[in-house]
Structure formats: structure tokens, C-alpha cells
Design a protein around this ligand. Sequence first.
Ligand code: FPP
Length: 211
Amino acid sequence: MPQSSSLHVAIVMDGNGRWAGRRGLPRVAGHRAGAEAVRRTVEAAPDLGIGALTLYAFSADNWKRPASEVAALMRLFARYLRTETPRLLKNGVRLEVVGRRDRLPAPLVAAIGAAERATARGTGLRLRLAVDYSARWAIGAGVVLPDVDLLIRTGGERRLSDFLLWESAYAELHFVETMWPDFGPAELAAAVADFHARERRFGGLSEAVAG
Ligand code: FPP
């Protein structure tokens, strides 16, 4: 049963390239495996008390990657949206894409619009994919999402990389070595358990000190 509390969890999905490289595979194979991890994570979220999940799929700085990798990612996002929409609908997920759309390829923009419209009445998990997203840009444009409770980054790096800077003002940060394609329900459950073990004071005193 889903827990009653509703958390906003955000994830920097890092490590696809390294995951592929270690297996002698092209980077795009890591991104494809990453899409499987997205599905597992989305489906595990509601039972862990997660009401909103924001995933960093493509940053505004990712345009600096080779054109072939960028094109493969754009096709992968469009394919994910088209093939996953029936499952999202079945699971009551409401999908939204945040970020700039004016630089995305037209077939992806169309797939985003179709997936958003199809899932608009979902009453379960709110799934947000951040595509061509920059927190600095979003803050400047006045596009601010609900506060993040827990921000997870896979792949061993410990930085925010222009993701949800404003919304993460009081987020608990959870960094794991796991490469994104290896992430799944067990890792998500461990991150949520770690979150619940922390004391969030929001600048106040701990209950023990305040009495
Ligand atoms: C970072 O790993 C990952 C990305 C830039 C792309 C994220 C995309 C996915 C998880 C694919 C599927 C997503 C959806 C929404 C279907 P990296 O390539 O920077 O890894 P590295 O640091 O090991 O090179």
C-alpha cells in the first residue's frame, strides 16, 4: 500500500556512459539501459510514499555532447514517451516535461504533447521529466516546482549540475555510487529509508534541544 506521506523525490540519473563503457558497449546502450531503470523506478515510487518524481533526463549543458549521442537521446526520449504512455495511464501516472521545448526536435515535442495530454487526468504519481532543463534558466523564467524533499544522484559524483537549485533549498541529499542503469526499487527504497532517518530542521532547533 502506498504510504500516506507524499514525498517529492528528484534524481540526477548519472552513470549511463560508464556503465556501458565497463561492458565494452557504446554509450547509447547505457542510455537504453537507463530507460529501463526509469521504468523500474517510476513503478516502485508510489509504494514508497513518493507522490512526485522529477528526473533529470537532459540538461541544457548536455547539448555540448557529440551530435550523434544527443540525437540518440532525443530519439530514446520520444520512444520512451510513445511506448510507456499506456503503462503510465494504467498506473495513473501524470506526466509532465519541464524545460525548454524550442530547441527540441519536432517529433519529440509532438511525443511530449501527446503523452502529457493522454496522462493529464492521472491521479497517482506526478512524473516530471526535465529535458533541456537548466535551473538557472527556470528560475529566471519564473518556472518553479514544488520543494524537493529528497535529491538523489547516482554515479558517484556529488554535485547538483544546475538541477532544481531553488526547489532543493532544504532537500536532503543522497549520493550513491550505483550507476543509473543499475538503479531500481531496492536502491530507491534505501534512499527513502535514509531520508526518513534524517532530522529535518529547516533552520530551527532539533526536537531534543528545543524540548
Ligand atoms: C547521464 O549519464 C545521463 C544522461 C545525460 C541521460 C539520462 C538519460 C537516461 C537515463 C535515458 C532514459 C531516460 C528517459 C527519460 C527515458 P552519463 O551519460 O553522463 O554517464 P557518464 O557520466 O557515466 O558518462
